[in-house]
Write a protein that binds this ligand. Sequence first.
Ligand code: THG
Length: 272
Amino acid sequence: MLIIGERINSSRKPIASAIAAKDSGFLVGEARAQKDKGADFIDVNCAIMLDGERESLLWLMVEIQSAVDNVPISIDSPNPEIINEAIKIHKGKPFINSVTAETDKMRRMLGILNKKDVFLIALTVNDKGIPADTADRLKIARDMVNAMTAAGMDRDNIYVDPLVKPISSEPEQAKYFLETVKSLKKEKIKTIGGLSNVSYGLPAREILNTAFLFLAKEAGIDAAIIDPSVERRLSIVDLQSEAFGLAKKALLGDDVYCMNYIKAFRAGKLNG
Ligand code: THG
């Protein structure tokens, strides 16, 4: 499984401040620390800088690649034109994060990618928005892979992201994500996900994130956008523990609104 280090994201306050201050020392340190913990790619997201996104992203990519052994980047931007410029200065083979099935976005992105040697994340979002269930995700995923291979992209370079949503507000969504990963695996379509979204708004997030990584690996996921220390944690946690069992139930939709999980947290049972 490939690991994409998620920490350099401008939605995080310390990162946004460091980007604004052009604090390359801090940001390069974040990149190096993630690589040392096992990240294969470093996700770089400057989207919160709005008008400054282009300049910030291009600057940061150069700083990171030159300081950290040309580590490959996952170029995380909603803007196809910025992605196009970023590809040109990237050394090696980047991840493009991401394209959706929205008609206009897909057309612009395919125009840009035009036989370039990149890995591409395909989000299962279309003109109607984020799909409600597994069947809708699978349909969008298959349509996207067909459209992209028809446009000349190598199927092995495409990673479908069935979108992780927080179980705190939509208890069934993590299950749909895992089901989609399993089905796509059978069809030899690669998958990826931003796994830490799953625990948003809940206590003891590390336990949920670790359990979700375990379940995603079991389902056959090919790549994960995570804080790489979560992957390390997986090798030391007790998979038979009560905490892990509660997290699994919450993630599989068997603990609606995570009531038992939250109760256990309040009782001090989730400190592991
Ligand atoms: N799929 C793809 N790309 C993605 C995502 C995805 N990129 C962004 C995101 N989702 C994954 N990356 C992060 C990066 C940081 C954090 C979460 C996901 C993070 N969040 C803190 C939190 O949630 O509490 C802090 C956020 C804040 O300060 O508001 O650290 O799904 N393809």
